[in-house]
Design a binder for this molecule. Structure first.
Ligand SMILES: [Zn+2]
Length: 275
């Protein structure tokens, strides 16, 4: 009997963290992008407060399950003995996603849903870690990614998603309610890429948050209306920004620009969380 109890206790400690009573938002540090010249993003260096970009990854824990949002540029597999700051072209990372998840009580296999804002390399770096999750994706992004038609570098970093369960998130309504209670909503915000999406998270004790994806990179885009040259449809980006601004106002939310390094460094990171 005693052995049975011990086995049960061991099984319990090995399982994922208990679901919380209200939504939690964990910010994971997925590294930095060193930008030599921000011309592709529509700016000269002297017009920007900070030129380098942060890379945020986010874990949302809902009473009904977990969602991982955006996966950085540098795969966890680049961490090797003696390599403290793995680099991939101009992306550098100091902490793996797996270690930050573990510190928060989770493993990639515990994650119910994966969603990425868009297919660019600095958002899909660790997508393969979540191949056993259900992929919440706009149809156009999935189709392009799996057909090799996205202009993402390193398509091998998301290649395992081809076998993942998936749910299509772009619909006529332009939003997808992940847990069905209005707390976690994927918003269709195309323009940067064909099926770019942003994420709304409603919390109990914190002002609601909209995670930008790459609808903006720098806060200066908000004030000037500058659209990056790399966006596939610049008019559509402007339209999506207008719609998202109205949504943010309606929801009394705050906008977190994921690549805004100055803002990112003010955030508390996992294992701390916002609730
Ligand atoms: Zn990006």
């Amino acid at each position: 009997m005693r052995i049975l109890w011990l086995m049960l206790a061991a099984a319990l400690t090995l399982s994922a963290a208990e679901p919380p009573k209200s939504v939690r938002l964990y910010v994971l540090d997925c590294g930095r992008l060193a930008i030599d010249d921000p011309a592709r993003l529509g700016f000269k260096k002297e017009q920007l407060k900070t030129v380098d970009l942060s890379m945020g990854c986010y874990l949302i824990v809902h009473p009904k399950g977990t969602l991982f949002w955006d996966t950085g540029a540098v795969p966890d597999t680049y961490f090797k003995p003696g390599v403290e700051k793995p680099t991939l072209t101009y992306g550098t990372v100091t902490k793996s996603i797996t270690s930050q998840l573990a510190a928060s009580g989770y493993a990639p296999k515990d994650i119910k849903y994966l969603a990425i804002s868009h297919y660019h390399w600095d958002h899909i770096g660790n997508a393969n870690l979540f191949a056993s999750s259900t992929w919440l994706t706009p149809k156009v992004e999935r189709d392009m990614m799996l057909a090799g038609k996205s202009d993402s570098r390193y398509p091998e970093h998301f290649s395992e998603l081809k076998n993942s369960k998936f749910v299509i998130t772009d619909n006529r309504k332009g939003e997808y309610d992940v847990f069905g209670d209005g707390t976690v909503i994927l918003k269709s915000t195309p323009g940067h890429t064909e099926g770019h999406q942003s994420l709304f998270v409603k919390l109990k004790n914190t002002q609601p948050v909209v995670l930008s994806g790459d609808i903006y990179h720098y806060p200066e885009e908000v004030t000037t209306g500058v659209v990056p040259l790399i966006d596939v449809n610049k008019e559509q980006t402007t339209r999506s920004r207008r719609e998202l601004s109205a949504y943010i106002k309606q929801k009394k939310a705050q906008l977190w620009i994921q690549h805004d390094l100055v803002h990112f460094e003010t955030l508390k990171t996992a294992p701390q969380y916002y609730d």
